[in-house]
Structures are given as C-alpha cells and as structure tokens.
Ligand binder design. Structure first.
Ligand SMILES: Cc1ncc(COP(=O)(O)O)c(C=O)c1O
Length: 453
C-alpha cells in the first residue's frame, strides 16, 4: 500500500520539479514497474490516479503524457511589434496539449459517431454539459433552450434576420459597439439605431425612452468587458435593463463573448435578472480557448426557439470540436485554464494601468478603471488627428485600433479614442508601448497648438 503512495508522490514531484515536462511521454507501465521495482498493477493504479487528477493523460496505443501546466507557454516567435490592436487570444496561452488530450479522449469515447454531421442544435450530451456549465454563471436554462453554434457571430446574424414576437423592426446598439456586427447590419440594410455608452455607463432614462417609443426589436449589448470600451455594467444597470425589457416587450441580446475572462464578484448576467423571458444569452468559446474551435452557445427564450431553429437547419459545427469541448469542461481543464488565462491577462492590465499612471502626468489620456478583460479605452483630446497618430505609431512598430470604426456610419456624437487590447501585447512590451503612445499624443497636441497660433 505504502509503495503505491510513494510512487505516486515521486511521480508528482518529478512533474513539479520539471523532470517530467508538459507533453513528455512517461515510461511505459512495464518500464516504470522495473524502475520502481514494483508490480505492473501498482504502476497502472498510479497512472490511473494521475489521470484522474488531470496531471497526465493517455493516448490509446501510445502511452501516458504529462498534461500542460499553468504558465507553460508555447514558443511563439518574438515579434518587434507591440500589438495593442488584435483582440484574438494570445497563442502563447492556448491550451494546446490539454486540448489535444481532450480530442483524443473524445475520439476514444464517441468513436464513429463523431464523424457524422450530427444534430443542427448541437450534440445532445454537450448541451446537457452546458446546462451546468452555464448555471455556474447564473444562466439557468434547460438543454432544449441551448443551441450550440459555431461562435457567437452566426447567432447574431440569425437574430438580426429573424422576426421577433414583438413584431418590431429596429435593432438598438450601444455606441460604440462591436464593429463587425455594425458593418453586417449596415450591409444587410437592417434598421438600426444607436444609444451612447461611455465609461460612465448608459443613460437609463434615455434607454427607457427608446424602449417606450416602440419599434425596437432588440437591444444588443455587452454587459461585461465591452468591445471596445472594456467596461462592464453595474448590477443596477443590468437589473434596470432586464426590467425595462419585460416592461416594454423589447428583447435583449446579451453578448457574453468574453465570458470567463475575469471575475466580477456580485455581478450576474442580465439573463439572470430577467426571469429568462426577454433575454437571449450568447456565450463564445473563442476568446477563452481558441477562435479556430468555432464554438459558442445561444440560450433562447422559449418564444424565440422555433423561429431561430428554422433558420439554423444545418449542423455547421464539427462534432469533434463539440465532443472535445465537452471533455474539456467535464474533466475540469476548462476551469483551470480559465484561471490561468485570467491571471495572465489581469497582470497585463495591471502593467498597462501602472504605465499610464507613470507616464500620463499631463493627463492627455483619459482611461477607465479596468482590472480584468482585454480592452481599455484610451480617450484622446478632440484635437488629435487619429489617422496620423495611428500611422506614426505604426512606424514605431506599435499597432493600435482607431475608435472610429466602432460607430454606425451616421452616428455623430463620437468620442475620439484608441481601443487598446492587451491580449497579444507581451508584458515586457507594455510600458514602452504606453510611453510611445503618450509621447505621440503629446506631439499631436503640440502640433495643433502651434497651428492655431
Ligand atoms: C463583441 C464580440 N462579439 C462576438 C465576437 C465573435 O465571437 P465568435 O468568435 O464566438 O463568433 C467578437 C469577436 O471578437 C466580439 O468582439
């Protein structure tokens, strides 16, 4: 008995000390039995316990491998560019090895079934797994209400095109808002109007007025880690939006594209405050795992299910991705990865805030108090020429995104800002990058002042 526990802790120690590294193949059961001078069954038991603890995983007909540890980064080639523009997850924090383990496990478990097309609503077992996964975020839904999508984007498109029970035509969007969706709505000629959202939040009286005036089919919103502002709504704002939705029969499309990328103690999604009648909750797995997985989930009020499913007749998401995600959630790897990615991004946001504190002594940048997520808005003086600023920064290998594109083409009350994303900015690049931005803004302001004289 003691022997087994000694072997188990010796193996764990080797992994902690780096003698067995992520992805490394462990000795075969027979070889390990020889090394430890014990029986094959003792090693089999130790490996099976380590598998249960998610320290190792098995690949059929190959052997046992060490699972990826938090903090283990893939070797991504170093770049001279400071990328404050890209919103994609950092490939250096992608959970490659863990996910590989889940893909193998998925194939082992589901075999041939994975290579069919499957149900257009998504894999039955994944939808059941998502019931408890979403409940962890206070999104309580039955499996029948959950549709597995190939990301949030196709769900947004279907919702824009389908009729809603309130019979209204107009989509209300925050200004600024997710640029790609705005361009989609404009290209499709779908009636859309805007309401200002700033770092201070949204004017709830104006929102009520818009809901009251009628004509609004749904209000598209990102309550947490708004793209591009980076801010989140307070509990009060969420509760009020939920209440107004029911009062005026306006639907809310809640885009939780950054779900799990941070902690918001005491803040639940709008869905949780609405009694589920008027809120469509959308969750993406692109930012937290990787975008190429193309997986997301739509949780729909019962009244919308039929119209939505009529427009989602095709099984457009691979069963392999779905089954691997199911394994990834069920075996606890998702939860662990979430903490890892969250702490890495939070450290980058801290570095960004610190750099602004150190170098923004003239107060040219206005930023909001953001601790988690990926985006921060750098609000600029109105006199700054944004295009020239961005070009000059690009010539210094600093990529940033203009705030302009996050507005509807005919929306006039715009703020002037840069959207800063930390998901691909490496921690060691952040301070210099922020310094350069502030320096260039200084030059811009000076240039304008000289021009005026
Ligand atoms: C606000 C917002 N919603 C949705 C998406 C797309 O999500 P998915 O990859 O799940 O389609 C993005 C992508 O950046 C986004 O910024």
């Amino acid at each position: 008995m003691k022997k087994y526990l000694d072997i188990l802790s010796d193996m764990e120690q080797k992994m902690n000390e780096g003698q067995f590294v992520s992805g490394q193949k462990l000795p075969s059961v027979r070889d390990a039995a020889k090394q430890y001078g014990c029986s094959v069954s003792t090693i089999t038991r130790a490996y099976s316990e380590l598998t249960k603890r998610h320290a190792i995983y098995s690949i059929a007909q190959s052997g046992f491998y060490v699972v990826e540890k938090p903090g283990n980064r893939l070797d991504v080639p170093e770049s001279k560019t400071t990328d404050f523009a890209s919103a994609m997850a950092d490939p250096g924090v992608f959970p490659y090895l863990d996910f590989q383990h889940c893909l193998n496990k998925a194939v082992d478990t589901y075999k041939y079934d994975l290579f069919t097309c499957g149900d257009s609503k998504g894999m039955e077992s994944l939808r059941h797994t998502l019931v408890s996964h979403l409940a962890g975020d206070q999104v309580f839904a039955k499996a029948e209400q959950i549709i597995v999508m190939s990301g949030v984007s196709p769900a947004l498109e279907i919702l824009a095109r389908m009729p809603f029970p309130n019979g209204n035509p107009v989509i209300l969007v925050e200004q600024p808002s997710y640029d790609i969706y705005l361009r989609f709505l404009e290209a499709e000629g779908i009636p859309v109007c805007g309401i200002a959202r700033t770092k201070a939040g949204i004017d709830l009286r104006e929102l009520e007025e818009k809901f009251r005036q009628g004509g609004i089919k749904f209000f598209y919103t990102m309550p947490r880690y708004h793209n591009p502002l980076g801010t989140s709504y307070s509990a009060e704002e969420r509760k009020t939006i939920a209440r107004l939705a029911s009062k005026y029969d306006v639907y809310i499309v809640e885009d939780d594209y950054m779900a799990d990328l941070g902690e918001e103690p005491g803040l639940d999604p709008i869905y949780a405050y609405n009694g589920t009648s008027h809120v469509v909750y959308l969750k993406s797995f692109s930012k937290i795992i990787f975008p190429g997985l193309r997986l997301g989930a739509a949780v729909l009020p019962e009244k919308l299910l039929k119209a939505f499913c009529e427009r989602k007749r095709y099984a457009d998401t691979s069963l392999l991705s779905q089954a691997a995600l199911e394994v990834y959630i069920k075996n606890g790897m998702y939860e662990r990865h979430k903490r890892n990615i969250y702490s890495q991004y939070a450290a980058r946001i801290r570095a960004l805030n610190e750099a602004v504190r150190l170098h923004n002594d003239a107060g040219l940048l206005e930023i909001s108090d953001i601790r988690t997520g990926v985006f921060v808005q750098f609000k600029l003086p109105q006199t700054v020429n944004l295009e020239r600023l961005i070009e000059r920064l690009a010539s210094k290998n600093i990529n940033v995104v203009s705030g302009k594109r996050f507005y509807l083409s005919d929306y006039l009350e715009r703020e002037k800002f840069l959207r800063i994303s930390i998901s691909r900015a490496q921690p060691e690049q952040i301070e210099d990058g922020v310094w350069e931005i502030i320096d260039e803004v200084h030059r811009e302001v000076k240039r304008q002042n000289t021009f005026k004289k």
